[in-house]
Each structure stands twice: as structure tokens, then as C-alpha cells.
Design a protein around this ligand. Structure first.
Ligand SMILES: *[C@@H]1O[C@H](CO)[C@@H](O)[C@H](O)[C@H]1NC(C)=O
Ligand SMILES: *[C@@H]1O[C@H](CO)[C@@H](O)[C@H](O)[C@H]1NC(C)=O
Ligand SMILES: *[C@@H]1O[C@H](CO)[C@@H](O)[C@H](O)[C@H]1NC(C)=O
Length: 304
């Protein structure tokens, strides 16, 4: 299953390197820490195995993104410690598990996500302030960039270097991945995040869905304010969230149909299936609560 998935992914990435298929391409990877990286790493290893030159940009402080095996790793210094990172994740997790009713849960999640994301925006600033790395990137002539788009840093780097970029992702808040690429997403049938509705909604659920959709614009623009301000400074032009997302050449969507609803997507969006099943390990004791139950269930679904 893992092998098949990676094979498919690698095939898609290879398309980018035509006509360089035989000699291999030069790929820059701007990953996201945590579970995001666990899935992406499988793809990166496979691409390396297939003869592409792969360079992964990694902050000096991170959870999982240690030294590479076969691929090249470039690290850059950051202004936060591992303790800062751990604390922000603990807070993030505790809000998710607090079980508050709607709309308190949405407000609390918004607040904590904004707080947690500040670290990732700082990380991106740190990357751009490393003259050594920036010079290296400038001179390396990468063919393409692969990134998890959630923190926008990869898209900013790709725009800065003027190279095509590929998203490898699970999802965005605010329906952004469909909104940005103008996929039809009718309010009567596509339930918004936090409503917990299905695609078969009653009249009042549709009203609720419509109200939430109105708030989403405000919500996500506020969420990404700091990140976008920084991207605009770097690129020396005013960029919007939609600009940054729309620039992607291919979207590899790590979705599983069991969590999704039927809807049309753009031709450059590819469903590659699977949540983070490539590597499974027992959770550490502190998280063996609700989270481990959820993860176990997801693991079972992956195996089936
Ligand atoms: C928002 O999050 C911060 C950081 O965790 C916290 O200090 C603050 O109390 C939160 N505010 C609200 C209104 O929940
Ligand atoms: C990158 O290269 C361009 C010219 O090729 C130069 O103008 C620019 O200053 C360089 N940037 C960095 C960060 O080295
Ligand atoms: C939608 O839900 C209603 C009420 O629960 C039910 O009668 C109807 O069959 C459902 N429609 C579909 C397409 O599932």
C-alpha cells in the first residue's frame, strides 16, 4: 500500500521534470514539521531513490525532521527553542481535546492556531534571514519546489526563486484549497469545517453553513495576516492568500474518501489517498487518551 502510494506520487512529480526524466531533476523541499513531514518523507526518499537530486530545507530546531538519510539536508538557525515548540503543541492539543460546543470550539481553535502559527511564520523569517542559505538557493538552479503549503513559506520561497511549485497536503482551513482554485463548492451540499454537518443538510443546517462560509473569509485572512505581510515584503508586491495558493502547478491531495464529500476539483488536483499511514509507531504515554483512540481507528481504516 505504502509502496503503491509512493510510486504514484513519484510518477506525478516526475512529470515536472520532463524532458529531464532520464537525467533526474533538482528538487527543493520546504516541509512542515510534525505528522505532515512523516508522509512527505516517504515521497522524498522515493524521489531520491529514483535518481533526482533532492534538497530538504530544515530549521535547526524541529521535532521529526532530523538529518536526512539519502537526501541532502540544509539547515538554518531559528529564534525559538524545542521547548517553545513543545509548549505550543501542548496548548494546541489541549484546545482540540477540550470538547467545547460550537461556536466556542471554533473560537478557541482559531485563537490557538493563530498563536501556534506565529512560530511557523517566525521560522520562515529566519529562513530568509540566513544569507548563506539564500545565496545557496539563489545559485542552485532548482527545477521545482515541493512543499506543504499550510504555513505559506514554501510558496514564498518558490515565488522568490521563480520556480514551479507542487503542494503536498491534507487540507486548509476555510475551504481555501477549493476557494482559491475556484472549484465549485455549493453551500447547500458542501459542509463547512466546524459545522459537523453532512452533505445531506436540513434547511437550518444550510443556513448555518452559509453563515459560517461568510465568516471564513474574515477568519482565514486574519489567520494568515502575519504570513502574508511577510511574503509581500519578500516578494516586493502585495500578495493575497489566493495568489500564493493559485500559483501551485500541482496539488497532491492526501485525502481519503472516507473523510470527504463528492465534489468537482480542478485538473491539477490529484487525490493520492491516505492519511499519515506510511509509518505507524505506538504513541508516547501522555497521548494515550482520546488521541490514541482516534489514531488507532485511523490506522485500522488505513490497513483495510
Ligand atoms: C488565546 O490564546 C492565547 C495563547 O494560548 C491565550 O493566552 C489566550 O488566553 C487565548 N485567548 C482566548 C480569548 O481564548
Ligand atoms: C540572487 O541573485 C540575483 C542575481 O542573479 C541577485 O540580484 C540577488 O541579490 C541574489 N540574492 C541573494 C539573496 O543572494
Ligand atoms: C437526507 O436526509 C433525509 C432526512 O434525514 C433523508 O430522508 C434522505 O433520504 C437523505 N437523502 C439522501 C440522499 O441521503
Amino acid at each position: 500500500m505504502t509502496f503503491r502510494l509512493c510510486y504514484l506520487l513519484a510518477a506525478w512529480i516526475c512529470i515536472l521534470f520532463i524532458p529531464g526524466l532520464s537525467e533526474g531533476g533538482k528538487l527543493l523541499v520546504v516541509p512542515m514539521d510534525g505528522s505532515h513531514w512523516l508522509s512527505m518523507k516517504q515521497l522524498v526518499l522515493k524521489l531520491k531513490e529514483r535518481g533526482h537530486e533532492v534538497v530538504v530545507l530544515i530549521p535547526e530546531v524541529s521535532w521529526q525532521m532530523g538529518k536526512g538519510q539519502s537526501y541532502t539536508v540544509k539547515t538554518y538557525p531559528v529564534d525559538y527553542t524545542l521547548e517553545d515548540l513543545d509548549n505550543s503543541f501542548e496548548e494546541f492539543l489541549s484546545v482540540h481535546l477540550s470538547g467545547q460546543p460550537f461556536p466556542l470550539n471554533a473560537l478557541a481553535l482559531y485563537n490557538i492556531s493563530k498563536h501556534t502559527f506565529r512560530i511557523f511564520f517566525v521560522q520562515c523569517k529566519n529562513l530568509f534571514s540566513s544569507t548563506e542559505i539564500m545565496q545557496y538557493l539563489n545559485q542552485s538552479g532548482f527545477d521545482a519546489l515541493l512543499t506543504d503549503p499550510i504555513a505559506l513559506c514554501g510558496a514564498t520561497v518558490a515565488n522568490y526563486l521563480s520556480i514551479p511549485y507542487v503542494f503536498f497536503m491534507r487540507g486548509f482551513p476555510c475551504n481555501l484549497h477549493y476557494e482559491a482554485s475556484k472549484c465549485p463548492s455549493p453551500l447547500s451540499y458542501v459542509p463547512r469545517l466546524f459545522t459537523f454537518n453532512s452533505d445531506n443538510m436540513t434547511f437550518f443546517q444550510r443556513v448555518e453553513n452559509a453563515l459560517i462560509a461568510l465568516l471564513e473569509l474574515v477568519y482565514c485572512n486574519a489567520f494568515y495576516t502575519d504570513g502574508l505581510k511577510f511574503s509581500s515584503e519578500i516578494l516586493q508586491r502585495e500578495v493575497s492568500l489566493v495568489d500564493m495558493l493559485n500559483g501551485a502547478s500541482i496539488w497532491l491531495l492526501r485525502y481519503d474518501f472516507v473523510f470527504e464529500y463528492v465534489r468537482p476539483v480542478m485538473p491539477n488536483m490529484v487525490f493520492i489517498g491516505g492519511v499519515n499511514c506510511a509509518q505507524s509507531k505506538p504513541l508516547s504515554k501522555i497521548y494515550r487518551t482520546k488521541v490514541s483512540e482516534i489514531v488507532n481507528d485511523m490506522g485500522k481504516m488505513c490497513e483495510e
